[in-house]
Ligand binder design. Structure first.
Ligand code: SD4
Length: 332
């Protein structure tokens, strides 16, 4: 976690910003973006372009999520995501800003950028969430083109899986970078939180959900309060892992409420995980839940049930960090 004071020192040390007077820094919030997993590095860089130019946190998270959705190496988000058990790539996404505006889509098929459809739901409709065929119809009406998203690699992995057809979500504790469908990872979500130079918060969450899921299954990512929650008064939180646990516990909302009560971002994530463990102790030993939070001062924290969760932080040109999250259960 980096304090405001450390940041002011940090930019001085980097040279380029030495002439920026501290008085000016005090008025300005330091822009920062954080994302789940190693692919969060690339997503952050896409978001950072917007933040660096003085753009809004909302625009930044949309750009970051779009980057992940286009990533050809990502079997768990967007166009190359693994399909459901019937071979359909079905995407979930949500977007929210700190004023409480939000939009989401669930079980959306054949549309490349669910995050942008979610933003249209927020901005162009009186609703928060559209699902399935209705979400797709809305997307097409809004000018999004339909496209088959099942990549040859994902199709091959699905056909391989069908030989046994056993649904066994595996704990994503050792995520391989550039994970492809054949590896041990069958779920991971991009959750992204940003604060802009005006101190406004926003978040985005996008995923293809659990590989080989039942057709129609919706995870936490498009559910406001479960996979994502943002409140300018307090902070923001997002989640990755087995979505059913996040939904059962309104996990992202819970993290924000814990911060409202005075906890730091990582203490708040831990407190939410303790709630999950308390309710389902045995189950929690074999499933992964990862929480990432940022408070209204831009301080960041994360906690996961199990080791292996990493998150990416970007707040200055050439200053991208991939950090290990703490975990409730020690590495076995
Ligand atoms: C879901 N939370 O659909 C997502 C998947 C995920 O790490 O993030 N897995 O449940």
């Amino acid at each position: 976690m980096i304090s405001r004071r450390q940041w002011i020192t940090g930019i001085s040390a980097s040279g380029a910003s030495l002439i920026v007077p501290q008085a000016f820094c005090r008025e300005q919030q330091q822009a920062r973006v954080v994302s789940t997993w190693d692919f969060g590095v690339g997503a952050n860089q896409a978001a950072w372009k917007t933040l660096r130019a003085g753009g809004s946190a909302l625009d930044a998270v949309e750009q970051g999520a779009r980057w992940a959705e286009s990533d050809l190496c990502n079997a768990t988000v967007g166009r190359c995501g693994n399909p459901d058990r019937d071979g359909h790539v079905s995407l979930d996404a949500s977007i929210m800003d700190g004023d409480g505006r939000c939009g989401s889509v669930a079980a959306l098929e054949d549309i490349l950028h669910p995050i942008s459809v979610a933003r249209r739901v927020m901005e162009k409709t009186p609703h928060v969430m559209l699902v399935g065929a209705g979400a797709q119809q809305f997307a097409v009406e809004q000018g999004f083109r339909k496209k088959n998203l099942l990549s040859p690699t994902a199709k091959e992995a699905w056909q391989e899986w069908k030989k046994e057809s056993k649904y066994r979500p595996q704990m994503n504790v050792e995520r391989l970078s550039k994970a492809m469908p054949g590896d041990k990872t069958n779920h991971d979500t991009l959750g992204m939180l940003a604060i802009d130079s005006n101190g406004r918060l926003a978040g985005a969450c996008t995923t293809s959900g659990m590989a080989w899921k039942l057709r129609g299954r919706v995870g936490d990512s498009p559910i406001i309060g479960a996979g994502l929650y943002v409140d300018n008064e307090v902070g923001a939180a997002t989640a990755s892992g087995v979505g059913e646990e996040m939904i059962r516990n309104a996990a992202s909302f819970l993290v924000v409420e814990m911060m409202r009560q005075g906890k730091s971002p990582s203490e708040a994530c831990l407190a939410a995980l303790e709630r999950i463990v308390k309710k389902r102790e045995e189950a929690s030993k074999n499933l992964q839940v990862c929480l990432l939070a940022m408070n209204k001062h831009g301080e960041v924290g994360a906690y996961a049930l199990h080791h292996g969760f990493v998150y990416a932080v970007c707040d200055h040109d050439k200053d991208e960090r991939l950090l290990d999250s703490a975990s409730v259960y020690a590495k076995s």
